[in-house]
Each structure stands twice: as structure tokens, then as C-alpha cells.
Design a binder for this molecule. Structure first.
Ligand SMILES: [Zn+2]
Length: 252
């Protein structure tokens, strides 16, 4: 017998979910994704072990690169990210349509903090879905506030962490559903390019990504590494922080 409140389960989002938080929308236009069907619900990530790209771009960034060049690479990449976009793909650089206002046209790359602030993008939003009633809501994070929190944590604990994500990152604290007080998981696009990486960083929910998604992110940001999830997750945090603050101390 279906329970009396079965209607709750019919609310599988057909409408544009970005409208959920219309009242709370800040003055900036909503992210570019809204009507984009690429984001799928619910948060089922097909166990597609997508063929892991084996070919490392034909540059000196191969796995055999000497240690200590990481900082330079990351910095270089971030700088290029904000540059004007040529129409054609230059060299091994891939150009995509930025999936969010805060993302650049380089896949898996976000704008720097100063760029975002100068564009008056101070709030980063994303969606979370209740694991029980499947309700989807939009959550907003204050960019600067959250970034300061995370970067301070990294600065204070870097040595102790030893390139591994702490348990808080491995098992993220999730927002609570107002209706049924269950944890709400971030909605993660099946298409890795469209994952809301910055939102996941600020909410410290990157740990909700699969190992495969995290590895792919690291691969695409020239930080290819294999290993256990805590190491790949740590690197994902640092890479995103480095994109936000290329002059910071996030290189390894
Ligand atoms: Zn719920």
C-alpha cells in the first residue's frame, strides 16, 4: 500500500529546478545550465567505467615529469584559463562552453577568486537532493567566506594531512532536508565536464564524487594520479583551490 503522502514521490523534477529558489535568487543571472538537459536526476551515477584515457597530451606534462614543477603547471593553467578564448582549439587545449558562470571555457577549470569578485559573482549555487523524499533544492554558498574557511584549514593542516583527504572530506557533512531531516546529496552531473566542481568544493562535498570522477578531474587538470580515493580527493581540493587562488600555497 502506498503511504498517504505518496504524492511527494511524484515530484520528480520535470520543471526547471533552478526555479526552486527563485525568491532567494541574487541579482546575478542564474547559471547557464538551467534548461540544460545534460543535468540528470536523480543522482544516479551509472557504474560506467568509462574508458580511462590512456593518452597523455603530447607535452612535457607526462607522468615522467620531474617533481617540483607542479606549482608552475597549475599556475600556468589558471592564468591561461581566464584568457581570451580563441575559436579554434590551440594545441592540446580544449575549449568548451562554460557550464556555469564561474567556470571557464577550459574544461574542469574555474575562474580565479579575483576574477569572480570583479565580475560580482560572490555566491555560488548548486543543487542537492534528499536521499529519501528526493526533493531537490538549490543551496548557495558565499564564495569568499567558504574559500577562506577551506584555505585556512589547508594551511593549518597541510603537513599533518600528508596529501590525504581528512575524514571530513571523505564523508562530507550533507545539508539536511527540511521535510524529512535526511541528508541531501549534491546533484552530480553524469557528464563530468558539467559537474559543478566549485559548488562541491565550497560545500566540502567533493567526497560525494566517485573515485573515477575525481581521477578524471585530476587527469584533465594535468594532475594525473592514481591511488586511493583519499589521495585523489586531496589533490582535487588543492587543484580547485589553486585555480581560485593561483598565488596561494596550494601547489604541492
Ligand atoms: Zn527529504
Amino acid at each position: 500500500m502506498p503511504p498517504a503522502n505518496v504524492h511527494q514521490f511524484t515530484s520528480r523534477p520535470i520543471t526547471n529546478p533552478w526555479n526552486v529558489a527563485t525568491a532567494a535568487q541574487p541579482s546575478y543571472p542564474p547559471p547557464v545550465v538551467p534548461s540544460d538537459p545534460r543535468i540528470s536526476y536523480p543522482v544516479i551515477i551509472a557504474p560506467q567505467l568509462a574508458p580511462q584515457p590512456v593518452i597523455v597530451p603530447a607535452t612535457r606534462r607526462g607522468p615522467g615529469r620531474p617533481a617540483g614543477t607542479g606549482a608552475h603547471q597549475m599556475r600556468r593553467r589558471s592564468t591561461h584559463a581566464a584568457a581570451a578564448v580563441p575559436e579554434e582549439v590551440a594545441g592540446d587545449k580544449e575549449i568548451v562552453t562554460a557550464p556555469y558562470q564561474w567556470a571557464t571555457t577550459s574544461p574542469f577549470t574555474v575562474h580565479s577568486l579575483s576574477d569572480l569578485i570583479s565580475k560580482k559573482i560572490n555566491v555560488i549555487s548548486g543543487q542537492v537532493q534528499c536521499k529519501r523524499c528526493e526533493k531537490i533544492v538549490t543551496v548557495e554558498y558565499n564564495l569568499k567566506e567558504k574559500f577562506v574557511e577551506i584555505s585556512r584549514y589547508i594551511a593549518e593542516n597541510k603537513e599533518e594531512l600528508r596529501d590525504r583527504a581528512p575524514s571530513l572530506w571523505m564523508n562530507p557533512r550533507l545539508p539536511t532536508c527540511e521535510t524529512c531531516e535526511t541528508g541531501m546529496k549534491p546533484v552530480i552531473s553524469q557528464k563530468k565536464e558539467d559537474i559543478n566542481w566549485l559548488f562541491l568544493l565550497l560545500g566540502q562535498m567533493l567526497g560525494c564524487c566517485t573515485l573515477e570522477q575525481l581521477k578524471y578531474f585530476c587527469y584533465k587538470t594535468q594532475n594525473h594520479r592514481t591511488g586511493a580515493k583519499d589521495r585523489v580527493l586531496y589533490l582535487t581540493y588543492l587543484t580547485l583551490c589553486n585555480q581560485l587562488d593561483p598565488a596561494g600555497t596550494f601547489s604541492r
